[in-house]
Design a protein around this ligand. Sequence first.
Ligand code: PLP
Length: 369
Amino acid sequence: MPEYLFADLEKKIAEKTAAGRDVINLGIGDPDLMPPDTFTKSLQEHAADPDAHFYSSSRGDAGVRKVIARYFKGRFGVELDPDSQICVVLGGKEGLSSLGRAFVNPGDAVACPSPAYPVYAQGVATLCDGKVQTMPLLQENGFLPDLNLAEGSKMLFCNYPNNPTGAIATELFWQKLADFADTHQETVVCHDHAYSEMTFGDYVAPSFLQYTRNAVEMHSLSKVFNATGFRIGFCVGRADMIAALVKAKSQIDSGAPLMIQRAMADGLAGYRGAEPPKEVVEIRKIYGERRAYAERALRELGLDVIESPATFYVWARVGDDELPFVQKALDHDVVVTPGRGFGREGTGYIRLALTQSLERIKAAMGRLD
Ligand SMILES: Cc1ncc(COP(=O)(O)O)c(C=O)c1O
């Protein structure tokens, strides 16, 4: 196994900070903002629930699954059976790697986009002794994969809104992916929807389950509720796939802590149909302003910036080799992630995570200039 992408960066940042440098870290996608008060209050209250200290179940609490089903119907218009089509996970990362455990046998091919969130290739394919079958995400194709490259795979991962490119999927792509899922019953198609709620302006991200029911979709509360450390999310989709996930998980975990599941449920219950609660609207506004500023500032610095109405990641092309840029930024105490850290096809690009205040982002742009 290679080191997890951010382990190496964290070492470098720790060295600089220890040496007294004021490092502006635009590396990891860990929100600087606090979770909404309602979310943390809910967690405190549920910590005192008389059953909160018991093991939960690997599928998740039945009441919480009902709330997820109501949220899903309101937000995406998709009906889910809470008993068979929903599984609570300890964050998307755990959920994705447990899906791998459920389906990937040694030697199986796993179709992974590149660049991509590293867990598909490493946490699934490599840890399960499978093979990575790469689907390059190229700028000229809007960072959407050629699904012909997924033929013969046991699992296929996609993720829109996308980390690291910020790309969103077109209507045509959703239909093609749904066709693939419907005609390739041997392939477990997983759409990773970690950024479903992190969208700006008029863009609203659909669920892949609006296009097919032959798939699973991973959701996370980490980004939209600024709650990465809470470790909570859920997986939804085809009942037999969810059953396999629960079976694998039940050998590994005993369910997410009940108090955190219930805080998630209270957060999701704040949606009125597809309308998010005001806390989420506020969080989106802040990230949207940062994004608009950073896109403009990087363009003014002469970089080829990928514009997007989603995610707090800005992806920009800096030349054929991004490492000199990354090193020079680090020399000026700004951390950006080298694109190749997300896969070979990310070479030549950098990713900025807008997880610092606007003032700090402005200061970082000054240093980059
Ligand atoms: C694309 C993508 N999927 C899943 C996750 C997992 O998030 P978590 O494990 O915090 O739910 C992340 C986190 O950065 C991500 O970028």
